[in-house]
Design a protein around this ligand. Sequence first.
Ligand SMILES: Nc1ncnc2c1ncn2[C@@H]1O[C@H](COP(=O)(O)OP(=O)(O)OP(=O)(O)O)[C@@H](O)[C@H]1O
Ligand SMILES: [Mg+2]
Length: 267
Amino acid sequence: MAVVTFLSAKGSPGVTTTALLAAALWPRPALLLEADPAGGDVAARLSAADGAPLDTGRGLLPLLTAARRGLDAAAVLDQAQPVAGGSRVVLGLTGPQQAAAGGRGWAALTAAVEDLGAGPGQEGTDVLLDAGRVGAAPVHLDLLRASDRVVLLVRADAAAVLHARDRLRLLGTALRRRDGLLPRTGVVVVGDGAGRGRDAAGAVEVLRAAQPWVEDLGRLPHDRTGAAVFTGTPVARPERTALVRAGRVLVTALAGRAVHPAPRSAA
Ligand SMILES: Nc1ncnc2c1ncn2[C@@H]1O[C@H](COP(=O)(O)OP(=O)(O)OP(=O)(O)O)[C@@H](O)[C@H]1O
Ligand SMILES: [Mg+2]
């Protein structure tokens, strides 16, 4: 069982899209936990596997609320529901107010997530976490620190790279665990379009020069059609889109194994 966290420093480089992409291609049983303190997007973007609206009564909020009485891994699995395309998702919050009200519930949730895979019938449920934008005092710091891998999404423009550099410096301190180790942390540059390859390489160079412990996890293309799959728009042959093809390479690097065949269209 592994916890893989996707986050950004600023802007909207595609954290939610990439987390959904990874969930669709993940080679082992997995669930996507929408833990962005700014609020979740999946319920508004995707439908249930049968085309009905997703059940917004289930998700992260009931977990944080129940956490005061203690949480276990089964409770987390209970709040997951299949979305169109087949991935299992724990839907996120409505916004920062709910995130702040979660209080110590975040720590209990972290313990339950770490327990996933330990109970009967739960072996090998990996957790893909959409952590949203991460600032100086993230309410979900415990979850971030408990991650096996952290993936920072960044666009290649100069401002985005500078914000990412600042945030990686902060994460290098904030995510350090009691044993002194950090989650394995990498960067994915989004928007490596025609003629912009040099920008992406330059972005990684800047980030790794400042934070050499950060890995280069490659690129994701700017691909509106591929991204539309994860907003519920019907897309013919999603497996042929540049984004899904690049997603396979990323997932192979993250999951450390060959990946499944194509996801079905999320429409
Ligand atoms: N690789 C991509 N190519 C083209 N468009 C993309 C890509 N990734 C995401 N998008 C689009 O960019 C917009 C923002 O994406 P998304 O919501 O995934 O970003 P985010 O980083 O999660 O943003 P936020 O911080 O607001 O939650 C969406 O319209 C999405 O479809
Ligand atoms: Mg998002």
